[in-house]
Design a protein around this ligand. Structure first.
Ligand code: GLY
Length: 349
């Protein structure tokens, strides 16, 4: 990892790929849609980000919003457009928007002509701190999150923090779940910052958001540099996700944003750890209080534990018929546990 103070960038090495993240407070978006002389670029937006541009000559491709559109159909649209515009292997696919569009454009770039250039411009907090970094690409398939995908890091990621100002409240909150997760896994100071600076965070204070986004990128980037293909350590980044993905599947991706489901999942990971006698109860309570402070629901009425268990059993992170959970002993002390489903059932609510 290399931090360049001059152009506010951080360079990571993920496997054989170099990814450079540029962070700016007031960055202009339109120049990011331009390619170097002689190189073609296809810009792909979602329905939220397309209206931010509207420049006719950019002829943007705008994908519909929502998990249900994180699908082959959207990839098909990108591929058709890429072929019609004669994009070559040195052409750039640029994804501008939230985690869904970033994941899909990255997937498309990884398979178009066996891999073309990829530039990501994340405009949501979740995409800035998680989805756009580290090369996980994918689409949902048969009701399961990110079931089909590749590892293909963007060569450049451009974070313009000013896009956070207009982000809808629920989108901002969903990103905060990943921020909390990142602090729990790898940054004690960030955890304290989240406890102390709630009001400034809710106000989206730009200086503070710069600090937060940078810290999250450093934690995640370091983990992915060590374990690009998720053979071990990288799985820690899935804290709360086995529970969260199951809730999203049971709720059919309706009524729960990804971050809200993950926040619930992190609370359940705390409960499971305490039930197993492995998590410090005081820490578990601290995490649940923090999640409540950031307005997350940490229990759900009328939830059928069997449905959650069934959805979990089909989660792609299943390892040899055992269910794998990311749990914590304490702050920044994470481990992987293969746990008996009957115990898991007990703590689901
Ligand atoms: N979002 C988890 C990861 O990138 O590994």
């Amino acid at each position: 990892m290399k931090w360049n103070e001059q152009d506010k960038s951080i360079q990571f090495t993920f496997g054989n790929y170099i990814s450079t993240v540029y962070i700016s407070k007031e960055g202009a978006l339109v120049p990011l849609l331009k390619a170097p002389e002689g190189i073609k670029i296809l810009s792909i937006f979602d329905q939220n980000t397309a209206p931010l541009f509207g420049d006719e000559h950019l002829r943007p491709l705008s994908l519909p919003l929502g998990e249900e559109h994180k699908s082959w159909e959207s990839i098909n649209q990108i591929m058709q457009r890429a072929v019609r515009e004669n994009l070559a292997r040195d052409s750039i696919l640029a994804g501008i928007g939230g985690g869904i569009v970033c994941d899909m454009v990255a997937f498309a770039a990884s398979i178009y002509m066996r891999g073309c250039q990829l530039r990501l411009i994340p405009t949501t907090l979740l995409a800035m701190v998680d989805a756009s970094l580290g090369g996980k690409t994918g689409i949902n398939f048969m009701g399961y999150k990110n079931m089909v995908g590749t590892f293909y890091p963007a060569s450049s990621i451009h974070i313009c923090l000013n896009t956070l100002v207009t982000l809808p409240e629920n989108e901002f909150q969903t990103g905060l779940a990943e921020v909390i997760k990142t602090a729990m896994i790898g940054d004690k100071e960030l955890f304290q910052l989240l406890i102390k600076e709630k009001e400034r965070i809710f106000q989206r204070d730009t200086d503070l958001m710069e600090e937060i986004v940078k810290r999250c990128i450093l934690v995640k980037g370091k983990i992915v540099e060590e374990d690009f293909k998720e053979k071990g350590l990288r799985a820690y980044l899935n804290l709360g996700h086995t529970f969260g993905h199951a809730l999203e599947a049971v709720a059919d991706f309706k009524g729960w944003s990804h971050g809200q489901a993950v926040a619930w999942g992190m609370a359940k990971a705390m409960d499971l750890g305490v039930r197993l006698g492995l998590t410090d109860p005081g820490y578990a309570e601290q995490v649940k209080n923090l999640l409540r402070d950031y307005r997350f629901r940490i229990t759900v009425d009328n939830l059928a534990p069997e449905e959650i268990i069934t959805a979990m059993s089909k989660d792609k992170k299943k390892l040899k018929d055992k269910l794998r959970f990311i749990l914590q002993k304490d702050l920044n002390k994470t481990f992987i546990s293969e746990t008996d489903l009957s115990l898991v059932k007990e703590i689901i609510n």
